[in-house]
Design a binder for this molecule. Structure first.
Ligand SMILES: Cc1cc2nc3c(=O)[nH]c(=O)nc-3n(C[C@H](O)[C@H](O)[C@H](O)COP(=O)(O)OP(=O)(O)OC[C@H]3O[C@@H](n4cnc5c(N)ncnc54)[C@H](O)[C@@H]3O)c2cc1C
Length: 341
């Protein structure tokens, strides 16, 4: 735990793999910038790795005022212990007031380890972050805290979590919920190179080889998404979703129920425990529109819903509503699109 340092910077963990910056630190830069500006402090990113110094310029273009670069051959591959040790040392040295991580596999592994070592709080999987004041029961006013906002109780309530004494205030943020800023190549910032003290003893694992299964679909970058739900009925009938997606050059996606029923792979799941998407067009087919599904798609620019239940909650967020049997509507759509081509 560090002291409550109201002059402390806002930090974003600059997650990278093999020298390639992940999407999440870039997504976090717009929110990080807003938090830092509200607090009147600097926005900094921290990049750990080996041969990653070049990423600093990119992060500055995306909004960082400062980039701390910690390079060491033993940081070449992510390991919890080594990364947590270096981050922990930097947090103690610079006392940032806020540290943000993407809720990626790495972020979800690293942030709790640092929170535990630093005896600091951590809110997992936030969907929003704001700055605000809070009065505690003993009538003490804590100004300018980070409100860590996330769905709770299965997504049925939105909880706001604060941490006024066990600093830094730390959160992981769900992937895809924060729109990335536009880069500004004229921005200038400060790059601080940190000395890293690590020995082989700090690494409990020896990594012999890495095998990474590539994701089958990148829903985050898809402009058009056709998502099928349990209403599609079977894996065989899910071919309707693939066919409509092919016609429109769209990405096929699904609700969790459709994934759980084995209609399609988990990589395609949209929602609270899937991917958060904001395409130009989202067509929801046989999806009821549970709050956990809406959490991942309600930011889509245009939503078309096809459902045979006129009361389905998906219609509350849809811009175009088609009440009918998907087995009739979707083949008609496919036929119509093919005829137009
Ligand atoms: C902690 C937690 C996390 C969750 N995370 C997610 C998540 O990330 N993503 C997600 O999607 N869900 C998630 N869920 C599950 C969510 O609550 C719903 O159960 C799920 O979204 C329902 O999927 P569905 O709409 O496909 O199925 P259903 O709710 O069963 O809806 C099927 C719909 O199809 C319609 N239908 C049926 N037949 C036809 C037909 N012939 N033509 C037209 N329409 C038809 C029905 O009217 C109905 O509206 C989560 C739940 C919890 C508790």
């Amino acid at each position: 735990m560090i002291r409550v340092n109201k002059q402390g910077e806002v930090w974003v963990f600059g997650e990278q793999h093999r020298g390639r910056l992940e999407d999440t630190p870039i997504e976090l830069m717009s929110k990080g910038r807003r938090l830092a500006d509200t607090l009147g402090v600097k926005l900094a990113t921290v990049v750990l790795g080996n041969g990653v110094g070049d990423l600093a310029t990119k992060l500055i273009h995306y909004g960082a005022d400062k980039v701390y670069v910690a390079e060491h051959p033993l940081l070449g591959t992510y390991q919890t212990n080594s990364y947590a040790k270096v981050m922990f040392d930097l947090i103690h040295k610079y006392e940032p007031q806020i540290v943000l991580y993407g809720a990626t596999i790495t972020g979800r592994d690293l942030a709790p380890r640092i929170a535990s070592a630093a005896k600091a709080g951590l809110t997992a999987d936030c969907t929003d972050l704001q700055i605000g004041d809070h009065r505690t029961q003993d009538d003490k006013l804590h100004k300018n805290l980070m409100f860590q906002i996330r769905p709770a109780f299965g997504g049925n309530i939105i909880a706001t979590i604060i941490n006024y004494d066990r600093w830094p205030q730390m959160a992981t943020v769900r992937e895809g919920v924060m729109p990335p800023p536009e880069p500004d190549v004229t921005r200038r910032g400060e790059v601080i190179t940190e000395k890293v003290q690590l020995t082989q003893q700090d690494l409990p694992l020896e990594i012999l080889a890495e095998h990474k299964r590539p994701k089958k679909v990148n829903l985050k970058t898809a402009r058009i998404i056709i998502a099928g739900g349990a209403g599609v009925g079977s894996r065989e009938n899910f071919k309707l979703i693939w066919d409509l997606a092919n016609c429109l050059g769209a990405a096929p996606a699904a609700s969790r129920a459709a994934v759980d029923l084995g209609f399609i792979d988990k990589d395609h799941q949209v929602g609270q425990t899937g991917t958060t998407v904001r395409p130009v067009l989202y067509i929801a087919v046989g999806i009821s529109g549970a709050i956990q599904h809406q959490a991942g798609m309600s930011q889509s620019q245009k939503i078309v819903a096809i459902n045979n239940d006129p009361e389905a909650p998906i219609f509350q967020v849809a811009h175009y509503k088609i009440v009918g049997d998907l087995n009739v509507v979707v083949p008609r759509m496919i036929k119509g699109i093919k005829e137009k081509k």
